[in-house]
Structure formats: structure tokens, C-alpha cells
Write a protein that binds this ligand. Structure first.
Ligand code: HEC
Length: 156
């Protein structure tokens, strides 16, 4: 009797696991609206460490196809893209871009991106001190040229 109950529960759980696979995660890769343009070494780092959550060019990991993990992955991607999307970089207003660059600088300083869980599963996404320094230099130079172009506009 007890045994039948246990078997029944096990089957119910398996059936549930199979059934939730039919719930789509709801995330796709839309077309780019203006990919970030940066020197190749910066592009490489961004693609390697940030693009899965901050671009429209997400590479799906195998666990991202299996519910319930797929829902967690989808949530990260949705939140991540909303905060910062390197595939919409060209479509941002200059002031928005500037703010995102400043956020990036802060996130790098605090070493909280990529998120720890992602770094554990994707060791190659970890940023070395050199990667970080290189990104910081790029951010500084982008901010400086943004400041220069708004100053020259103001002088017109
Ligand atoms: C696994 C997915 C993932 C990866 C990979 C990732 N991020 Fe994020 N990122 C997020 C999520 C999710 C948020 C939104 C966090 C929130 O709203 O609390 C976020 C927020 C941010 C923000 C916004 C504001 C802030 O400081 O909280 C910045 C900037 C950022 N990420 C930069 C980066 C950079 C730079 C990289 C690569 C070095 C990176 N992220 C890699 C998921 C990711």
C-alpha cells in the first residue's frame, strides 16, 4: 500500500517534469538595432563574458532548454537586456549610453558582473585583471569622447 503510494508520487513528479517542458521560456534573439562598436579585444571580452545576457545574441546553454532552469535563465536574460543591451547600443540616446557606460564601470569595479552563478557554470566568462583594466580604459575613452562631442556641440 505504502509502496504504491510512493510509486504513484514518483510518477506524478515525473509527469510534472515532462509537462513543464511544454511551457516555453519566451525568450528569443531579436534582430540587432545597432551593435556596439569597439576595438576587437573589447568586442571579444564583451562577447565572451556579457553577451549571453546583455545582447540579442544569446547562446543557449543546454540547461537553458530544460525547465525549470530555462525559466531562471530567461529571467536573467530579460532583466539583463533591459538594463544593458549591446545589440541596441547604437539606438541608445547619447545620454543613455553615457549612463550605461558609467554603470558598467561601477559593475566592473565591484566585480559583480558576470554574476557569480554564471561564472561558476561558465569559467571562461571570468574577467582577468587585464580584461577588467582593458574594459575600464575603453569605458573611460568612450566617456571622454562623448564629453568632447557634447562640448563641441555646445560651442557651435
Ligand atoms: C548570466 C547573465 C549575465 C551576464 C553574463 C552578465 N550580466 Fe550584467 N546583469 C545581469 C542581470 C540579470 C542584471 C540585472 C540585475 C538587476 O536588475 O538586479 C544585470 C545588470 C547589469 C548592469 C546594470 C546595472 C547594475 O550595475 O546593476 C550592468 C552595468 C551589467 N549588468 C554589466 C555587465 C557586464 C559588463 C557583463 C560582462 C562582463 C555582464 N553584465 C554580464 C545578468 C548578466
Amino acid at each position: 500500500m505504502r509502496r504504491n503510494l510512493q510509486l504513484g508520487l514518483l510518477f506524478a513528479m515525473l509527469a510534472l517534469l515532462v509537462a513543464i517542458q511544454l511551457v516555453p521560456s519566451g525568450v528569443s534573439n531579436p534582430a540587432s538595432e545597432g551593435e556596439v562598436s569597439a576595438p576587437p579585444e573589447i568586442q571579444n571580452t564583451l562577447r565572451r563574458s556579457c553577451y549571453d545576457c546583455h545582447s540579442n545574441q544569446t547562446r543557449w546553454p543546454w540547461y537553458g532548454r530544460v525547465a525549470p532552469f530555462s525559466w531562471a535563465v530567461a529571467r536573467d536574460i530579460e532583466l539583463g537586456r533591459r538594463q544593458l543591451n549591446f545589440s541596441e547600443w547604437g539606438a541608445y540616446y547619447p545620454l543613455t549610453r553615457k549612463r550605461k557606460l558609467q554603470w558598467m564601470g561601477r559593475a566592473l569595479e565591484r566585480e559583480d558582473m558576470p554574476p557569480l552563478s554564471y561564472r561558476l557554470i561558465h569559467p571562461s566568462s571570468r574577467l582577468s585583471p587585464q580584461d577588467r583594466a582593458q574594459l575600464e580604459r575603453w569605458i573611460d575613452s568612450e566617456l571622454a569622447s562623448a564629453a568632447a562631442s557634447s562640448a563641441s556641440k555646445a560651442g557651435d
